[in-house]
Design a protein. Structure first.
Length: 126
């Protein structure tokens, strides 16, 4: 499956007992800086810190997979942005979809979390 990372998405817990192989890739302009984001989860009002990293960050940072919720030990802070984790209402979501001409989805027909996990387990068994 390929999709734009800006698409709202989720990954359910892997309870299969088997590895779930994932490949993540991106295409960016060569001059685009690598900026990681950190939010202090112990403070619900904490802003998000933007941390500029070296070009090889994604290849050499040792905690990219296992410590991704920790503040990176490398890079330098370039500022903070405010964050609101207020949940969007269904009406607000629909209004945004309409604003950007996104087609409606028949939500009741979407797969449930259990169906998604079953599909992932079946794919892993192949």
């Amino acid at each position: 499956m390929l999709f734009d990372n800006r698409l709202v998405h989720n990954s359910v817990a892997n309870k299969s007992g088997k590895d779930r192989v994932v490949v993540m890739a991106g295409v960016y302009p060569s001059e685009a800086p690598i900026i990681s984001c950190y939010k202090d989860e112990t403070d619900k009002n904490s802003p998000i810190e933007l941390i500029q990293q070296e070009e090889d960050f994604l290849l050499t940072y040792p905690n990219f997979k296992n410590g991704c919720r920790c503040r990176p030990e490398t890079g330098h802070s370039i500022g903070f942005v405010k964050w609101s984790n207020r949940q969007m209402s269904e009406q607000e979501f629909i209004a945004l979809c309409e604003k950007y001409n996104l087609e409606a989805t028949n939500i009741p027909e979407l797969l449930t979390t259990a169906e998604i996990q079953t599909g992932l387990d079946s794919a892993a068994a192949r």
